[in-house]
Design a protein around this ligand. Structure first.
Ligand code: T5A
Length: 204
């Protein structure tokens, strides 16, 4: 299981797709999926999270519980069965997003998020996390070029997103075996080559 992590517009979806194609070209069976989402139930929770009903928005605790609930459904119904069949799973965001957004920037702390993950998903960890990192201004230009309206989380202030990036950095620094920190700046094919290189020890 490989997870892609990083801030908004870091290129996770683009790189997840390129990696899936590269693995399929090697004859591997690959399931590509995303969070929040990936199953019917988790996609329904995604809509609630990114477009909260009403004006009040979710409290930080409710938000963390909803992400954990979506993940529990996704892990039980899609990820664990695929891994049990011997397939490769590529996931666009996973629990480290909850650690960085809800635990770090949102102020709930790592222990609370890890406890929810233990309860919901038996603490499943990817074999490797690809953390895409890049200069804040360069990534903002990418998002602006895409021209999509921001959702409830993407639309939070720059200070929140800076705290997310700092939390991702700290989480990755604490687990150098589990994370590959990849420079997300440059043409997609060049970023893809960096990622393949960082996965050499796992690839057949
Ligand atoms: N969230 C999620 C939490 O708070 N807690 C959690 O536990 C989880 C799982 C999810 C939101 O929920 C939050 C985080 C998010 O705010 P999302 O749909 O995953 O929403 O949102 P994003 O991660 O922001 O997804 P994006 O699609 O915006 O970003 P990606 O996937 O990082 O980037 P991508 O590949 O779509 O590319 C963005 C744009 O840049 C271009 C692409 O063509 C696209 O237009 N691009 C490049 N341009 C130049 N050079 C490159 N190398 C490029 N790569 C891509």
């Amino acid at each position: 299981m490989i997870a892609f992590e990083g801030g908004e517009g870091a290129g996770k979806s683009t790189q997840a797709r390129l990696l899936a194609e590269a693995l399929q070209a090697r004859g591997l069976t690959v399931v590509i999926t995303r969070e929040p989402g990936g199953t019917a139930g988790a996609e329904a929770i995604r809509a609630l999270l990114l477009h909260p009903p009403g004006d009040a928005g979710w409290t930080p605790h409710a938000e963390a519980l909803l992400f954990a609930a979506a993940r529990a459904d996704h892990v039980a119904h899609l990820i664990r069965p695929a891994l049990a069949r011997g397939e490769w799973v590529i996931c666009d965001r996973f629990v480290d997003s909850s650690r960085a957004y809800q635990g770090g920037a949102g102020g709930l702390g790592d222990a609370a998020v890890n406890a929810l993950h233990a309860f919901g998903s038996d603490s499943l960890r990817p074999d490797r996390v690809i953390l895409l990192e890049g200069d804040e201004d360069a990534l903002a230009i990418r998002l602006a070029a895409r021209g999509q309206a921001a959702d409830a989380i993407e639309g939070r202030p720059a200070a929140y997103h800076r705290a997310v990036a700092a939390a991702f950095r700290a989480i990755a620094e604490a687990d150098p075996q589990g994370f590959a920190r990849i420079d997300a700046i440059g043409p997609p094919e060049r970023v893809h080559a960096r990622i393949l290189d960082s996965l050499r020890d796992l690839l057949p």
